[in-house]
Design a protein around this ligand. Structure first.
Ligand code: SAM
Length: 247
């Protein structure tokens, strides 16, 4: 996908498996000797998209981890959470997090709750889980709390829903002055582009360097990427006077 801009270690292992092919995948984030966060993600490899952690998710999670000092108290919403690694990491770093996935997929939402519980986060108490379908501005979307940051990992995988995602992001950024949308996407076709959609919805995308991501935890991002090309981008609103919110 073009945006037309310039441009298995032991810490990441499957730690338990059952005959139903459900397993727990462990992700470790570390910093100074005293800092270590382990997140356990239940996965169902034979399930649909939302039951498996896609390569984009650990990359976004490591990006957030490296900014963990700034996450405490931040109000963050994750779109298309799936197994919700980035959102759960943010909640463990004391952000106020709302995890979302398609409201027509109750099993996916139940799986998100399971991911939360696997990490001692009680849905409805420590973290919120809400049905949010891209492009559908239902009451639940209007009831969302104020947000500082919207995140997503690997949601731009089907061009037929690109505008639905962009519309949802434009709506959330308009309601939350100063908020940003930061997301990872996997390049699946050089012909895909959201450039025209960004222009239509008065949004601006900027690439974020991935050079240092994972270094603190001693993680090689290529290990997660598995040969895919993954990008990290930030989208903000172009204000009516033409200025770009880049705070
Ligand atoms: C490729 S998966 C990525 C999951 C997770 N973010 C990750 O990176 O591991 C795409 C996610 O988007 C969700 N999704 C697909 N269509 C959606 C829609 N129309 N509205 C909301 N979520 C949707 C899927 O249920 C799934 O969880």
């Amino acid at each position: 996908m073009r945006f037309h801009m310039k441009s298995g270690s032991e810490d990441n292992e499957i730690v338990a498996a059952t005959a139903t092919a459900e397993h727990i995948r462990k992700f470790v984030f570390s910093g100074s000797p005293a800092e270590r966060l382990e997140i356990k993600i239940p996965e169902l490899l034979q399930g649909a998209y939302s039951f498996y952690t896609w390569p984009c998710a650990p990359i976004l999670a490591h990006f957030l981890w490296e900014r963990r000092q700034s996450l405490a108290g931040k109000r963050i919403l994750e779109l298309g959470s799936g197994t919700a690694l980035p959102g759960i990491l943010a909640a463990k770093c004391r952000a106020q997090v709302v995890l979302t996935d398609n409201c027509i997929l109750p099993k996916s939402l139940a799986h998100i709750r399971k991911s939360c519980q696997a990490n001692q986060l009680q849905p409805g108490v420590d973290i919120d889980v809400v049905g949010l379908s891209w492009g559908l501005l239902l009451n639940s979307v209007f009831r969302l709390p104020p947000l500082d940051l919207i995140i997503a990992a690997d949601c731009f995988y089907d061009p037929s829903v690109f505008e639905d995602i962009v519309v949802t992001v434009a709506f959330l950024l308009e309601r939350n002055a100063g908020a940003k949308f930061i997301f990872t996407y996997q390049e699946r076709s050089a012909d895909w582009s959201i450039e025209a959609l960004l222009k239509k919805w008065k949004l601006q995308a900027l690439p974020i360097s991935m050079d240092d991501i994972g270094k603190e935890s001693g993680v090689d991002l290529l290990e997660f990427m598995g040969g895919h090309t993954i990008h990290l981008l930030e989208i903000t609103r172009i204000e009516s006077d033409g200025t770009i919110n880049n705070t």
